[in-house]
Design a protein around this ligand. Structure first.
Ligand code: AQP
Length: 334
């Protein structure tokens, strides 16, 4: 690790990665590798904040690594590993549990969303999840964190925790305050069935999302069935404000075609959504299905994926141990 800026980000191994993960995170991860040192982590400790079947979890860890590689992450260039294999994450999380404030956690909207109406029954892990996320980032003193907009609040909390640690232990600038790197246009890819909810692995209906492993047929069918609008496509974005599903399709099309929203509206205005859907499905098939095929190929060689994780874990552990030594000293732990 030589360059000054350091990127850290994680993805939960909770199932098939989807277009939201791809546009909100993975595509960004890949482009950052060129200019910065990057650490990409399969965050299995985050995954178990909600119950995971152990066999499924193991399978999903490998699938997430395969998805990283298939989208273009280079294990010789970036550090790729699974969170639980570097024990420093859990150790620093404990220290940060003692720095973070209950009032701060009470404001986290993701906990409210994920815990649902019966918060008393949610795991303690789910509640303190943002402290573990802060530990993930600060363990490496990462300066930049590429995430989707859904993680912005957690990242702000990580900054608050870093700042409080630096103040409490009188070590100004010890932890850098990590900057979020949030994609501008599609920071939040929405469900194809309900444009007010984000596209998510845990959403019950598979028709709500495009998975990276979907076949061309699946993708075409899902796009065709996606909710849109009965009116023609307007020539301005304001008219789409109350039509979240239609806006979502336009946003995805703009991102996948690498065209601005204004240009997309010039191209599409006055046309039916079925026209947009046909074009969108074609683009998605050509961008996503090669990734899916690569994932399938990589999954056939488990030992190769294990090697990637092993190499990543060793490199991550060196940085983590070095930083932890200083952290323990600051806190007064012997
Ligand atoms: N819909 C989305 N739009 C944009 N970005 C997204 N991300 C996730 N969903 C979208 C970004 O992908 C990265 C990895 O996310 P994650 O899988 O670790 O956790 P998540 O945000 O909780 O994703 P899911 O799909 O909703 O998982 P489940 O259903 O298991 O909770 C993050 O950078 C995230 O912002």
């Amino acid at each position: 690790m030589s360059k000054k800026k350091l990127v850290f980000s994680g993805v939960q191994p909770t199932g098939n990665l989807h277009l939201g993960n791809y546009l909100g995170a993975l595509r960004n991860f890949v482009s950052l590798q060129k200019d910065m040192d990057c650490i990409y982590c399969v965050v299995d400790l985050h995954a178990i904040t909600t119950f995971q079947n152990p066999d499924e979890l193991r399978k999903n860890v490998f699938e997430t690594v395969a998805s990283f590689i298939a989208t273009g992450l280079d294990p010789d260039n970036s550090i790729i590993f699974n969170q639980s294999s570097v024990s420093g994450h859990a150790e620093l999380a404990w220290i940060l549990n003692c720095v973070s404030r209950i009032g701060w956690l009470n404001r986290m909207t993701q906990f409210k969303d994920k815990a649902g109406s019966d918060k008393e029954k949610a795991s303690v892990g789910l509640y303190i999840y943002p402290n573990l996320m802060a530990a993930d980032i600060l363990l490496y003193k990462a300066t930049h964190v590429p995430v989707g907009a859904d993680q912005k609040q957690h990242l702000e909390l990580s900054r608050d925790i870093a700042q409080k640690f630096n103040n409490d232990f009188k070590c100004k600038d010890f932890f850098p305050l990590p900057e979020p790197l949030i994609p501008k246009n599609v920071s939040r890819v929405m469900s194809l069935r309900d444009g007010t909810k984000k596209m998510s692995k845990s959403e019950e209906s598979d028709y709500s999302r495009i998975n990276l492993r979907d076949t061309a047929d699946d993708i075409t069918k899902k796009v065709k069935k996606a909710k849109s609008d009965s009116e023609q496509i307007p020539d301005n974005i304001k008219s789409l404000e109350k039509k979240p599903e239609a806006l979502n399709l336009i946003n995805i099309y703009s991102e996948i075609s690498k065209n601005t929203l204004d240009n997309v509206l010039i191209e599409m205005s006055g046309k039916e959504y079925s026209y947009l859907k046909t074009k969108l499905a074609e683009l998605l098939v050509s961008e996503i299905t090669p990734v899916g095929k690569e994932i399938e190929k990589l999954l056939k060689d488990r030992s190769h994926l294990e090697q990637i994780l092993k190499k990543g874990r060793e490199k991550a552990n060196i940085i983590a141990e070095e930083n932890l030594k200083n952290i323990r000293e600051k806190v007064g732990l012997i």
